[in-house]
Design a protein around this ligand. Structure first.
Ligand code: AMP
Length: 191
């Protein structure tokens, strides 16, 4: 089973993906994590994307599609959770092609709906908690980058809601509840 978790930054996609990995043995494919790894290990690509990410803008379709293509060709899994990918219509079309090439299907797109004020607060809290625990704070977890990330989401990613609705794949859930409530809503969809 292959699914997409769709939603703005801070909606809880990574948290829910982690639960699905534990409970179902699925594999999480987070382009954000892959890009941060590339940045931390200092690869050429990592260096190129670091500033774009810190500003909160999207990196090029070519880069993230390349990352996903590589994973789909090399990783065998009971199912993939696409977390933070696709973020543009071009990425969505590319994903459909890649899955078809691999003889795989997309089973569900789960849109996590969260109030914008709550999102900004969550991101600011995530940075505060990390700092208090002595953990590294994400370069883009600040109010300024967050505004850009939200704008990128509304301009470039939110059209995917209509795209997947039209394809018949879309399920929308309330992402505002407790973590286990949201997990329950996802379970109700996936069975
Ligand atoms: P995330 O961890 O998903 O919030 O992603 C962090 C940052 O990585 C984003 O703000 C973008 O700069 C970049 N990024 C992650 N996934 C994508 C994607 N699918 N397309 C373009 N940029 C991405």
């Amino acid at each position: 089973m292959n699914i997409i978790l769709l939603g703005p930054p801070g909606a809880g996609k990574g948290t829910q993906a982690g639960i699905l990995v534990k409970e179902r043995g699925m594999v999480q494919l987070s382009t954000g994590d892959m890009l941060r790894e590339a940045k931390d290990s200092g690869t050429d690509m990592g260096k190129r994307v670091a500033e774009v990410m810190a500003r909160g803008e999207l990196v090029t379709d070519e880069i993230v599609i390349g990352l996903i293509r590589e994973k789909l060709k090399t990783v065998k899994a009971a199912g993939f959770i696409f977390d933070g990918f696709p973020r543009t219509l071009a990425q969505a079309d590319a994903l459909a092609e890649l899955l078809e090439e691999e003889g795989q299907a997309l089973d569900a797109v789960i849109e996590m709906q969260v109030d914008d004020d709550v999102l900004v607060q969550r991101i600011v809290n995530r940075a505060k908690e990390a700092a208090a625990a002595g953990q590294p704070v994400r370069a883009d977890d600040n109010a300024e980058s967050m505004k850009v990330r939200l704008m990128e989401y509304y301009k470039k990613t939110s059209p995917l809601i209509g795209y997947y609705y039209a394809k018949g794949d879309l399920h929308s859930i309330d992402g505002l509840g407790q973590i286990d409530e949201v997990a329950g809503a996802i379970k109700a969809i996936l069975g």
